[in-house]
Ligand binder design. Structure first.
Ligand code: ATP
Ligand code: MG
Length: 228
């Protein structure tokens, strides 16, 4: 079933994309085009931001996906306050819309503790992933932010050596059992010293798996169906 949180797919197309297209594959390709085109702007803006806050996570998304979605930069509290997100068969991994801001703020705060980020970049990624602020584009938004946090902490992650299925498995474990080092254990062999921002941009642009359609296990359920 097509993801239709606005319940207007027939009238406005997939996720109200600016083209009104109902061809999900075509919309996904346009998403990736928007991402690649705007990646440098997003990273340049972060580079000039002294202290990164939740509002900057919203700005990253707006910059990356503003060419395709009118709701780019708006979180799930604004776009779909009654939706609960389920992935991989789990329905408690991601923040409730009311908690997204706090979760994102906390993730950004921990990620800017340089020694914490240096030692536990996986835990920071878990915190960012838990916030899951948006209806789509979360993976790409938090990868961009995480690359900046890593740069500041003097490290980088060689994502092209990771495997998306294994990574998501470790991330799922981290989200269900946070703060115990699950994702750090997975990422450890891929941690390198910092690369400059320009290199990060080309690495993110060429990363396979980033922005790929998620598995058929992914589902979104209404809060009322599952919770509270
Ligand atoms: N099974 C899972 N367990 C844990 N987290 C998951 C799982 N599947 C997806 N995620 C998280 O959600 C992100 C994907 O969310 P979304 O589709 O909103 O973003 P995206 O930018 O389109 O995705 P991506 O770039 O990762 O393909 C993943 O990168 C990861 O952070
Ligand atoms: Mg997606």
């Amino acid at each position: 079933m097509t993801f239709d949180p606005f319940r207007d797919f027939e009238e406005r197309g997939y996720l109200r994309n600016l083209y009104g297209s109902k061809d999900v594959a075509a919309v996904k390709a346009l998403e990736q085009k928007s991402f690649k085109k705007n990646l440098k702007s997003a990273i340049d803006a972060l580079a000039t931001t002294q202290f990164i806050e939740y509002k900057h996570i919203l700005s990253i998304h707006k910059t990356l996906f503003g060419d395709i979605y009118p709701w780019a930069g708006e979180d799930r509290l604004a776009t779909a306050p009654a939706l609960n997100i389920t992935k991989g068969g789990y329905d408690r991994m991601f923040a409730h819309p009311r908690d997204i801001r706090r979760a994102g703020e906390y993730a950004a705060y921990r990620g800017q503790d340089l020694s914490f980020m240096h030692e536990q970049p996986g835990e920071v990624m878990g915190l960012l992933a838990h916030a899951h602020p948006f209806l789509d584009g979360n993976g790409r938004t938090i990868m961009v932010l995480h690359a900046e946090l890593a740069y500041r902490a003097g490290i980088s992650i060689e994502w092209k050596q990771t495997d998306k299925v294994d990574y998501l498995r470790a991330l799922t474990t981290e989200l269900n059992d946070p703060g115990k080092g699950h994702l750090d254990l997975y990422l450890k062999p891929f941690i390198r010293s910092a690369i400059d921002r320009k290199q990060s941009i080309s690495a993110l642009k060429s990363l396979k798996g980033l922005g790929e359609t998620q598995t058929s296990q992914d589902r979104l359920n209404r809060d009322s169906d599952r919770q509270e």
